[in-house]
Design a protein around this ligand. Structure first.
Ligand code: SF4
Length: 336
């Protein structure tokens, strides 16, 4: 069973896989209120009542990554103060997952700063983490870098709900941001994940110096996949000192809203996820993103810290806006 709702027959909801760049650009550039109205209409027709999925992310292997992603403080190539750590033990990870569940998370995401997955004891440990998170009654998602078809199959067997692998930006701009792999490597991993029957989580980052066309091309590439990603994180760059992008100007909330609304219209049934950069946005801007179709929030590791004031403020924001946290959809665990 798919992890996304079936798209209801509605004249506003158009599911296509052959978008052209001018079409996407025309949507993106609509007058803002018209764009938000259309996105909200698609959202309502697809999901009905507004609900927000809360996701918690744990870095299970931090830093020391050999890749050169220009936005990333975990690359070993930049002096960002992030120390390379070892892969966490399964028990520690499951303890964190239990805390996130107690705080309301329905999906637990685990990230490892690797270029690619290597078979062996470390991969076996990740498989045991996935089994453990599923046994706690949560959806399990991992991001581990590039994957082979066989590794995707083993993750699926362990019960993995979703694999995160962002395309980051357009194929044209990609080389400006990363030189240690190419766009086709990304697409190959996404294909392996899809072929294994695992939900795909793939999105991008705004504010890296890309053009509006690059943003539209990213969304077009995602929407033109044979099956739309079930989850599309839209991140605003967090310009970390020591990375090549440390001096980039922040994106405006309106740029975020435009990207989110366009993603919602192109991929009606995807969970569109307001991810990194959320902390730099006002509460009103975050609510406008939800109005534009964002229906999932990344809480980072906040959910893991009891009594975290930022977490309490976020929950108050949702409550004040009458937004309900989404219940876990555990039948999606098998991804079958
Ligand atoms: S592959 Fe991931 S962890 Fe490594 S530098 Fe790129 S974004 Fe950072």
């Amino acid at each position: 069973m798919s992890s996304v709702p079936s798209v209801q027959a509605s004249p506003e909801v158009v599911v296509r896989h052959d978008w052209t760049l001018p079409e996407v650009r025309a949507i993106h550039d609509l007058p803002l209120l018209e764009l938000v109205y259309r996105a909200q209409t698609v959202h309502r027709a697809t999901f009905g009542e507004p609900e927000v999925q809360l996701c918690s992310l744990l870095s299970i292997k931090t830093g020391g990554c050999p890749e050169d992603c220009a936005y990333c403080p975990q690359s070993a190539r930049y002096r960002t103060g992030v120390k390379a750590e070892r892969l966490m033990e399964t028990g520690e990870v499951l303890q964190a997952a239990g805390k996130a569940r107690a705080a309301g998370a329905t999906r637990f995401c685990m990230g490892a700063a690797w270029r690619e997955v290597k078979d062996g004891p470390q991969f076996d440990r990740v498989l045991s983490m996935v089994r453990g998170v599923r046994a706690l009654g949560m959806e399990a998602c991992v991001t581990l870098g590039m994957l082979t078809q066989d590794q995707a199959r083993r993750l699926k067997e362990a019960g993995l709900s979703a694999y995160n692998h962002n395309l980051d930006t357009s194929p044209e701009f990609y080389g400006e941001i990363i030189s240690t792999r190419d766009y086709d490597d990304r697409l190959r991993t996404l294909a392996a994940v899809r072929a294994a029957g695992i939900s795909v989580c793939s999105g991008g980052i705004l504010g890296m110096g890309e053009s509006v066309d690059d943003r539209c091309e990213l969304l077009r590439t995602l929407a033109n996949q044979e099956v739309h990603p079930e989850s599309v994180p839209i991140n605003a760059l967090v310009a970390v000192p020591g990375t090549p992008l440390e001096h980039r100007e922040p994106v405006s909330p309106v740029e975020m809203v435009r990207a989110i609304a366009t993603a919602r219209i192109l991929m009606p049934a995807a969970m569109v996820r307001l991810s990194a950069g959320r902390m730099q946005m006002s509460q009103e801007a975050q609510l406008l993103c939800m109005m534009a179709g964002a229906n999932s929030l990344f809480f980072g590791e906040k959910l893991l810290t009891t009594g975290n004031p930022e977490y309490a403020a976020d929950m108050a924001l949702l409550e004040g806006a009458g937004l309900r946290p989404l219940e876990p959809k555990l039948e999606t665990s098998s991804g079958s």
